[in-house]
Write a protein that binds this ligand. Structure first.
Ligand code: KIV
Ligand code: ZN
Length: 530
């Protein structure tokens, strides 16, 4: 058996902190559950000192996700470490991850500290973390640009103070493969006691070298790799988990190591992240991009038909990507639908199945062939786990190439129906403005994406919207044959989230100020008065 490389997922920390990828509490928990299904070894759940939301998410993940090691990030000071430990306490397998920059550039311009001071701070922080938690990881931030002998000194101090994992980040994505590999060899050889310590990679993609450097780190002796789903992360992103896992699996002949990743969960993980963040991967993205298995050139198609091995080094099934075969039709029932979703890696709850079935039936009435892609588009549009304050009953829109577009919208709330109309430059905008007039919470579109799903001219439009309401951003997604309808539904979904969250924030503020009794919040979830 080859040596194992431990997969450390940081989608919910380094990934989540990148612009456009933020997730709320429920979304982080949903993602954490999928990461557990994917069988990651270590899951970095957040940076608890950064915000109350981050703290709460780490607490909840630590309490629910029991198999992987759960990590909380902390700067190298007592306050951060205490906060990380407080968030991790309920975890079955907690780890504190503390970091401090070690390159001269960071010491001089960011920390304004001497090398000596930084060494002392490492000794204190790692020692303090170790006094609380047996499993401690230390990262010398910007290791890639740190003077090598000083880096070895920093690592030595961290190991002596109790670090059990040493992570060597290429924080700014600057390293080339041979340099990154050598850094691992140097630290392994230069730091005493490394037989009891795991070395870890952490690479960024600024020069497009993230995954290549991770593999170089493994060649240099790393046995933990830090990465994110879809490669999301600061600036150009982190190394993509799916690319690392598949490179190791496909090329075990040159890289004789293995991971315990369940590769058939890679595509569902990628899709889920896209749904939660509204950030789609590019079509030609390795492993999980829509075109990753599409053969357009005739010569390729011919080869694949004769034997897939001619142009395919991975099968779509290996990563859990659904096939393009027709799977269901107009006469399929709930049972068949539930079964197919289960096979696709989406076990649906009863209310979710009901929502999915309604959307499926509408689609099947208009579209002859339903493919897995259509089914995924339905779940990826997202089920409303939050109460749907307003639901769309009717949309009428008129647009022409001359003059403004008009939309009339009918929404229902608590059994009451509301109508309104608006005009704008385009039909989608007119529909959004009509929704705003009813909800009274106007939004501004930050991002608007439209994709067609499935082959043929009867493809479905999948619309993703990120909109700002009262300074906060919310995501909505929907699918329909009619692009304007999909856009209106996606916008309404985002607006419903905004209405719900803003009301919740108001209630929390009222509780905090003492003007409302605390049970108010409980009443909302248990209206029968539990
Ligand atoms: O890129 C980096 O250096 C980091 C550290 C906090 C590990 O994300
Ligand atoms: Zn990073």
């Amino acid at each position: 058996m080859t040596e194992k490389v431990f997969i450390f997922d940081t989608t919910l920390r380094d990934g989540e902190q990148s612009p456009g990828c933020s997730m709320n509490f429920d979304e982080k928990l949903e993602m954490a559950r999928q990461l557990e299904r994917l069988n990651v070894d270590i899951l970095e759940a957040g940076f608890p000192i950064a915000s109350q939301g981050d703290f709460d998410a780490v607490v909840a993940i630590a309490a629910e996700i029991r198999r992987p090691v759960i990590v909380a990030l902390a700067r190298a000071n007592q306050l951060d470490i205490d906060r990380a430990w407080a968030a991790l306490k309920e975890s079955a397998r907690p780890r504190i991850h503390t970091f401090l920059a070690t390159s001269d550039i960071h010491l001089q311009y960011k920390l304004h500290k001497t090398r000596e001071q930084v060494l002392k701070q490492i000794a204190f922080a790692v020692g303090y973390a170790h006094s609380l938690c047996a499993d401690v990881e230390f990262s010398p931030e910007d290791a890639g640009r740190t003077d090598r002998s000083y880096l070895i000194e920093c690592c030595h101090v961290a190991v002596e103070a109790g670090a059990t994992t040493l992570n060597l980040p290429d924080t700014v994505g600057y390293c080339m493969e041979p340099e990154y590999e050598k850094m691992f060899r140097d630290v392994k050889e230069g730091v005493p006691g490394m037989d009891k310590v795991i070395l870890s990679t952490h690479t960024h993609d600024d020069l497009g070298m993230g995954v290549a450097n991770t593999l170089a780190g493994i060649r240099g002796g790393a046995r933990q790799v830090e990465c994110t789903i879809n490669g999301i992360g600061e600036r150009a992103g982190n190394a993509a988990l799916e690319e690392i896992a598949m490179a190791i699996r496909v090329r075990a002949d040159v890289l004789p190591v293995h991971t315990d990743i369940r590769t058939e969960e890679l595509y569902p993980a990628s899709q889920l992240l896209t749904r939660l963040t509204g950030v789609a991967v590019q079509r030609n993205k390795a492993i999980v991009g829509r075109n990753a298995f599409a053969h357009e050139a005739g010569i390729h198609q011919d080869g694949v038909l004769k034997n897939a091995i001619t142009y395919e080094i991975i099968t779509p099934q290996t990563i859990g990507m659904p096939s393009n075969d027709i799977v269901l039709g107009k006469h399929s029932g709930r049972h068949a639908l539930a079964k197919r979703y289960e096979e696709l890696g989406y076990p649906l709850s009863k209310p979710e199945l009901e929502q999915a079935y309604q959307l499926f039936s509408t689609l099947a009435d208009r579209k002859k062939n339903i493919y897995d892609e259509d089914l995924l588009a339905i779940v990826n549009a997202g089920f409303e786990h939050l109460p749907e304050t307003y639901s769309l009953k009717l949309l009428q829109s008129v647009a022409s190439n001359e003059g403004r577009a008009t939309a009339t919208v009918e929404l229902e709330k608590d059994g009451e129906t509301f109508h309104d109309s608006a005009t704008a430059e385009g039909p989608c905008d007119a529909a959004f403005r009509a929704v705003d007039r009813i909800t009274g919470t106007p939004g501004t579109i930050v991002d608007f994406t439209v994709h067609t799903v499935g082959p043929g001219t009867d493809g479905v439009a999948e619309v993703g919207i990120r909109a700002r309401f009262e300074g906060r951003e919310f995501i909505g997604k929907s699918t329909s044959h009619n692009v304007v309808e999909a856009a209106a539904r996606a916008y309404l979904q985002a607006a419903n989230k905004a209405v719900y969250e803003l009301k919740r924030a108001e209630e929390n503020a009222a509780v905090a100020s003492g003007s409302v009794h605390e049970n108010k919040a409980v009443d909302r979830f248990f209206p029968q008065g539990f």
